[in-house]
Design a binder for this molecule. Structure first.
Ligand SMILES: C[S@@+](CC[C@H](N)C(=O)[O-])C[C@H]1O[C@@H](n2cnc3c(N)ncnc32)[C@H](O)[C@@H]1O
Length: 298
């Protein structure tokens, strides 16, 4: 069996962090605009997605806003103020967490860490948050030592692990290895794992049918561009069903629960970018997606 932590091609996934940063910059998520401007996220999104950016602009910003905010709701649901964010890309989450009194450690692969960490750290400093509780560190989620090193910032304090936009790129062996490492960290911390990244073929099919032929064609073309860039086919990495996903993580020692990534009690600032005629139906699409809370069993 190959040692997945030795694979060196994960850095091909890193440019997608700029696409996420661009979609978030159209929302009211604090600091998202400053971050996106500093890294040229719009230009990167146009380079990676081409003309699709315009058509995707009606729903993608809301998807990414809902995804980001749902992780924060997951942290609240678990009552955990400290977070180790994996594959954080250009996320501004740490600034909010520290401003609210928590400790944050954001991690990603070395190349994107080298580009993004000075930018995010300088925005954090300007925001006036206590920098002794704000940390950025390179770490591959498949490398146990790097992950333990990042987690050591929390000392004995309870922390959650969170990530969005990563696991759909990982094959089953990589998903299992990451889960094994996260489980050990959480058993020590007493925390939970909050992620939007358990993607299901059944949900993807439902969303595709709701998008209609034109939307489906746009989604297909964007997926092809992402696959060419990353060398990974995210639909192939989906679990077929919720039952398959729950079984997979249960066998790896987790209790699994989920909640809708969006429900109509939330306000999404980017809902205004949706054509009014289709807004209700597009918001319904968002509520089909789930955010997951995984708790390690002893
Ligand atoms: C779609 S981006 C999401 C970034 C960020 N979470 C967000 O939502 O804006 C995927 C991220 O996964 C990171 N990544 C890919 N493979 C990784 C690995 N093995 N370990 C850590 N990060 C990884 C990439 O560098 C990239 O930042």
């Amino acid at each position: 069996m190959t040692d997945v932590s030795k694979r060196t091609d994960h850095s091909r996934i890193s440019p997608t962090a700029k696409i996420a940063a661009y979609w978030r910059s159209l929302s009211d998520i604090p600091y998202s605009k400053e971050i996106a401007e500093s890294v040229g996220a719009k230009e990167a999104a146009i380079y990676l997605l081409g003309d699709q950016v315009v058509a995707m602009g009606t729903i993608s910003p809301a998807m990414f806003e809902a995804r980001y905010k749902s992780i924060n709701r997951g942290l609240d649901k678990c009552g955990i103020g400290n977070a180790l964010e994996l594959a954080c890309g250009l996320s501004p989450r740490g600034i909010e967490i520290v401003a609210n009194g928590g400790t944050y450690v954001g991690t990603d692969l070395p190349d994107i860490y080298a580009e993004s960490s000075p930018i995010i750290a300088s925005i954090a400093r300007r925001a006036g948050i206590p920098m002794d509780r704000f940390h950025l560190q390179p770490a591959n989620v498949l490398d146990r030592d790097q992950m333990e090193n990042a987690a050591s910032y929390f000392r004995r304090d309870r922390f959650a692990v969170c990530n969005e936009g990563l696991m759909m790129y990982l094959d089953p062996e990589e998903k299992a290895k990451m889960a094994e490492i996260v489980r050990v960290l959480l058993l020590k911390s007493g925390g939970a794992w909050i992620t939007t990244d358990i993607t299901l073929g059944e949900t993807r099919k439902k969303i595709a049918s709701m998008l209609g032929p034109a939307g489906k064609a746009i989604a297909k073309s964007a997926m092809k561009k992402i696959a060419d860039q990353t060398g990974r086919n995210i639909t192939e990495n989906d679990f077929n069903s919720k039952a398959d996903a729950v079984l997979f993580y249960s066998k790896l020692g987790f209790d699994v629960e989920e909640f809708p990534m969006y429900d109509d009690r939330q306000t999404l600032s980017t809902a205004s970018l949706m054509p009014e005629k289709r807004r209700e139906e597009l918001l319904e699409i968002l509520s089909s997606a789930k955010t997951w809370i995984l708790k390690p069993r002893n």
